[in-house]
Design a protein around this ligand. Structure first.
Ligand code: GTP
Ligand code: MG
Length: 422
């Protein structure tokens, strides 16, 4: 995180008295903090319709200009819009307020830029930024009056040609970067193909940013007896995770599974990012089960769940089997939620190691919910530990001629055991 704190103003839509607007602004403050800004003051404006030239009304922008002039001693020189604006709106807003204006999408792109560590994540951020600049190309000759009057005929020819040229250059750059991304993706998917072909269930962790997804991955890794135990970055920050990490999880006698930690979501996630991160997010569409981690301490948890489900829908992953972990339960006031968790929900604290057993068995129950339950007598020539890794073993008893077991059988390898059914 950038330690150099520069002060900014926020311009938000709606009213300060609306709790949702208040929450949205608090979240925006946190996003701004990630890239080194401290918020000095928030301006609110209710609008019925978007002004094509200035987004909010010109009068509001003039009032902001006056406030800026009257409070110059506080050193603020920038205005952060809590919504996305066009290049023309930005230019006009800057002309009227005298402040440098930027929007929420730009902020999120900057955070992604700072947090991208791998070549793949960096390329995806570069592509998202290119999409953004392509959509925000400005005809330098366009003026406030041109936009308000629907665009003038003069200057259009030259300006339009120049924009077209820039647009084509950016489109070419996107093609180039996508090609590079494809190559990386190819080598990544090759290493993943072995996994995809493997019979183990594939699980993706999804959820709002900062809910505890990477913490879940790390806790399961800690408990895992698998060789590959490299931890993932877990941090009190928005968008700490930008790259998918996939690990084999093997805990006690539970069936093994392949777990993927993914990038977090946020409300109004810029579509440039979803488009650019499609290859990373593909892991989600290929999963057998999704675990949605929810911050139960958030006053807007229902909106956060809805946002996550909307992004899943845009990825075509909304019909996947999903379970919910309402995390950070330790932060709730005494008593916690007043309703009992539903069948596909658990209230947990991933900071509390005692909850981990609940989490693991909950996950394994969900994986095996459609697996057939059977009693078998496995001869001693069959490796019982191998059997336990691939199936959900509920009971084992050593008998004279083999292990007598009750297990839910992984349908992909059920055929291997048909001769041993009791
Ligand atoms: N109090 C409390 N804090 C938790 C719990 N689980 C996770 N955290 C903290 O929440 C913060 C975010 O955790 P992460 O696991 O990095 O969250 P994430 O969902 O991966 O976030 P992004 O990758 O940024 O989307 C960290 O500081 C964790 O230590 C919990 O059960 N209780
Ligand atoms: Mg994370």
């Amino acid at each position: 995180m950038n330690e150099n704190k520069e002060k900014v103003y926020i311009l938000s839509l709606g009213s300060a008295l609306d709790p949702f607007v208040d929450h949205f602004c608090n979240e925006y403050k946190m996003l701004l903090k990630e890239i080194g800004y401290e918020v000095e003051h928030i301006f609110y404006q209710n609008i019925d319709s978007v002004n094509k030239a200035t987004f909010v009304g010109k009068g509001k922008l003039e009032a902001i200009h006056d406030y800026y002039m009257d409070n110059k001693e506080n050193g603020v020189k920038k205005l952060a819009c809590a919504f996305e604006i066009t290049a023309v709106q930005k230019k006009n807003m800057e002309d009227i307020t005298g402040l440098t204006v930027f929007d929420r999408t730009q902020v999120i792109l900057d955070i992604f830029d700072n947090n991208a560590k791998t070549r793949e994540a960096k390329l995806q951020v570069e592509i998202a930024k290119l999409y953004y600049s392509k959509a925000h190309l400005i005809n330098e000759s366009a003026s406030y009056s041109q936009v308000t009057s629907g665009g003038g005929a003069h200057n259009k020819g030259e300006g339009e040609k120049e924009i077209e040229l820039k647009r084509r250059r950016i489109a070419n750059a996107i093609v180039q970067k996508n090609k590079e991304l494809e190559e990386i993706k190819f080598s990544r998917s090759n290493s993943r193909n072995a996994r995809r072909d493997s019979i183990l269930p594939k699980i993706s962790i999804v959820g709002y940013t900062n809910a505890g997804k990477s913490t879940l991955m790390n806790k399961l890794l800690e408990a895992s007896k698998a060789q590959e135990k490299k931890n993932v970055l877990q941090k009190d920050a928005l968008f700490a995770t930008l790259e998918t990490s996939t690990r084999l999880i093997s805990i006690h006698d539970f069936p093994e599974f392949i777990l993927t930690d993914t990038v977090g979501f946020i409300s109004d996630l810029p579509h440039y990012l979803i488009d650019a991160f499609r290859s990373t997010l593909e892991e989600i569409t290929e999963a057998d089960l999704l675990i949605q981690v929810v911050d139960s301490h958030s006053p807007f948890l229902n909106d956060e769940v809805r946002t996550t489900n909307e992004v899943l829908m845009s990825l075509g992953a909304d019909t996947k089997k999903m379970i919910y972990l309402y995390n950070k339960y330790d932060l709730l006031d005494k008593g916690g939620f007043t309703t009992l968790p539903k069948k596909n929900e658990r209230y947990v604290s991933l900071q509390n190691d005692e909850d981990l057993e609940t989490v693991v068995s909950f996950i394994c129950e969900a994986i095996s919910v459609d697996w057939k339950k059977a009693n078998l007598l496995l001869p001693y020539s069959i490796d019982i530990n191998g059997f336990k890794k691939e199936n959900y073993c509920l009971r084992v008893e050593a008998k004279e001629n083999g292990h007598e077991v009750t297990a839910k059988l992984n349908p992909k390898i059920e055929y291997k055991y048909k001769d041993y059914l009791l």
